[in-house]
Design a protein around this ligand. Structure first.
Ligand code: SF4
Length: 380
């Protein structure tokens, strides 16, 4: 991997497009990796293997035994991924005689981003339409395909590779995120994508490669290694605190709306700072006015087997029998069997009212929703 690619990778494009100098700043930090990333790599390996097999391509030996994070859940989600792409292919065959699927295709978008290349999980080409499918194995944050810079970079690389062979005029990006039950789809025309590449991607990449441009904080900061110490992020969050010293005794509606719009970022930033300061203190740093103390802890058994034996010998049952929760039960039975056996016993109660920005995809609650929640409560 070239240094430039690591600097301006597609997966970090959301960050460096929004904050170009953040790219160079990452070089000051060690890449620590994470168990989540390793789990994602395993899921991708298995998904690729299954998809190639399902498409009748040559495959390496079964990788399952070599994947440390392999489990029943991964088995099912990768099955779903392969089946989903086969469905897309079957759908494409209805209108196109010879649709093409490319698996783990290396794509090069260096025409717009110096040294930019990556690997698209799957690409489907049929009748002037190209579909880029990106498997996301994470379950933390729901990923949207809409204006997603990572898939846009892959699409540009794929266009560069295939545009001469296939007259592609429409590109659909799909995020397949099974652990969030999220399939997000977004379509853009070839011309719009190329315009974005020229007007947004290229200028940001040029600035980022040189460590120039303006620091700008936002949602993208959560992917930045400098997020704990970044001055711009701190200043933008601290500017929120001006509300502390405003003269009117109560906040106006407009001020509350302003704070609501920034509250999540403020909380994330404060948590990042607390974690950063804690780790530094554990490492020996002294923060004026603060000290490390032991948190609360609960009593626990030192030897569970010995406890069980002692209680059994005393004539008592040391174990409680509890029904597994839905996630553990799904893992035990597998999703298909779970649905067959238990589907009729599962319900999804109404969620608690939550205040979110207008841009949120969920429909706004109506009076009918509140009536139904009241009725549910009365029926309890
Ligand atoms: S924390 Fe945010 S503002 Fe600071 S460098 Fe990183 S992306 Fe830019």
């Amino acid at each position: 991997m070239s240094r430039q690619h690591a600097l301006l990778s597609a997966s970090s494009a959301y960050r460096w497009i929004n904050c170009p100098p953040s790219a160079k700043l990452q070089e000051q930090y060690e890449d620590k990796g994470s168990a989540y990333a390793e789990q994602g790599t395993d899921a991708h390996s298995l998904a690729e293997w299954k998809l190639r097999k399902a498409l009748g391509m040559d495959v390496e030996p079964d990788p399952r035994d070599t994947l440390p994070y392999y489990d029943e859940e991964m088995e099912e989600h990768t099955d779903d991924y392969a089946a989903y792409i086969l469905e897309l292919l079957a759908e494409a065959r209805k209108t196109c005689d010879d649709p093409l699927v490319m698996v783990e295709q290396r794509v090069d978008y260096s025409r717009w981003v110096d040294g930019g290349f990556g690997t698209a999980d799957a690409i489907l080409i049929s009748d002037g339409c190209m579909t880029i499918i990106d498997l996301k194995y994470g379950s933390g944050v729901e990923v949207s395909a809409e204006h997603n810079p990572q898939t846009c970079c892959y699409a540009l690389g794929a266009l560069d590779l295939l545009d001469d062979l296939y007259a592609i005029d429409t590109i659909t990006m799909i995020i397949f995120q099974p652990r969030r039950e999220n399939i997000s789809e977004w379509t853009i025309s070839r011309d719009e994508l190329l315009a974005w590449a020229e007007e947004t991607l290229r200028p940001a990449a040029e600035l980022a490669a040189e460590g120039k441009g303006e620091y700008h904080s936002g949602d993208h900061c959560r992917f930045c290694k400098a997020r704990h110490e970044c001055r711009t992020r701190a200043e933008e969050q601290i500017s929120m605190m001006r509300y502390d010293c405003d003269l009117p005794p109560t906040l106006t509606d407009a001020e509350v709306e302003d704070i609501l719009g920034k509250a999540d970022q403020l909380i994330n930033w404060a948590e990042d700072i607390k974690e950063y300061a804690l780790q530094a203190a554990i490492g020996g740093k002294h923060w004026n006015g603060f000290k490390l103390v032991e948190g609360r802890s609960n009593r626990r058994f030192t030897d569970e087997k010995a406890v069980a034996k002692a209680v059994t010998e005393a004539g008592e049952d040391p174990y409680e029998k509890k029904l597994l929760g839905i996630t553990a039960m799904t893992t035990l039975l597998g999703r298909k069997r779970f649905n067959e056996l238990l589907g009729k016993y599962v319900e999804k109660p109404r969620g608690k009212a939550t205040l979110v920005p207008e841009s949120d995809k969920r429909p706004a609650m109506t009076d009918t929703d509140f009536d139904e929640i009241d009725n549910e409560k009365k029926g309890e």
